[in-house]
Design a protein around this ligand. Structure first.
Ligand SMILES: N[C@@H](CCC(=O)N[C@@H](CS)C(=O)NCC(=O)O)C(=O)O
Length: 205
């Protein structure tokens, strides 16, 4: 398989963590991809019409894209059970928590694009703040309602949330997401010590 990859992408990182955790790293060749919506560069636009990474070429069928699809595919391929079986208790909560983490990453990435892709005098601070409010509301919901879902055996929601929180540190460190979220911050300390998380820390190339 070939994974279109960039070390700075939190969505690619979800896939990388799943590859580590399920023992499939050796089955994938990493293809460096870099670009933006304005200038797709080496993003795999012919493989994924949306021009986004991660995208995964696999021998037996179409290129897969969107981290949720790829992670689910890799989980099924390894029989790893990072997703609860259909009908199993907690199934919908795990998927909702993964969607929350992905949404936090979407907002955090949009904030980066807002400042990077526009000339400084065209940046709209209200857009940046509106995206950050989505993240803040998610952090508050996690702290007050979702902490019990972050314990127990590893699942895809844990992976996604670990990647989302590390991405906040990576790109928006001055915003201090930990303030007012002590339980989540404590969970993050333990989770990011996992080998798969240490090996995939985001970095700019
Ligand atoms: N929902 C997608 C989001 C992927 C995404 O936004 N990837 C970014 C990199 S972090 C990208 O490729 N952006 C290029 C663009 O927006 O054109 C997923 O889960 O894979």
């Amino acid at each position: 398989m070939r994974l279109y990859h960039n070390d700075a992408s939190p969505f690619v990182r979800k896939v990388m963590v799943v590859l580590h955790e399920t023992g499939q790293l050796a089955d994938v060749e990493l293809v460096h991809a870099k670009g933006s919506a304005l200038s797709p560069g080496s993003l795999p636009t012919t493989r994924n019409p949306l021009g986004k990474i991660p995208a995964l070429d696999r021998p037996e069928g179409a290129t897969l894209y969107d981290s949720r699809v790829i992670c689910r595919y890799l989980d099924a391929r390894a029989g790893a059970r990072l997703y609860p079986a259909p009908g199993h208790s907690g199934e919908w909560e795990v998927l909702t928590l993964e969607a929350t983490a992905d949404g936090m990453m979407d907002a955090a990435v949009l904030m980066v694009y807002e400042t990077r892709l526009r000339p400084a005098d065209k940046v709209i601070p209200e857009i940046l703040e509106a995206q950050w409010r989505k993240i803040e509301r998610s952090l508050d919901a996690l702290e007050t309602r979702w902490m019990s879902h972050l314990s127990g055996p590893l699942n895809i929601a844990h992976v996604a949330m670990g990647c989302a929180l590390d991405y906040l540190d990576f790109r928006h460190g001055t915003r201090d997401w930990r303030a007012g979220h002590p339980e989540l911050a404590a969970w993050h300390v333990g989770f990011t010590a996992r080998e798969s998380m240490v090996a995939t820390m985001p970095r700019q190339i």
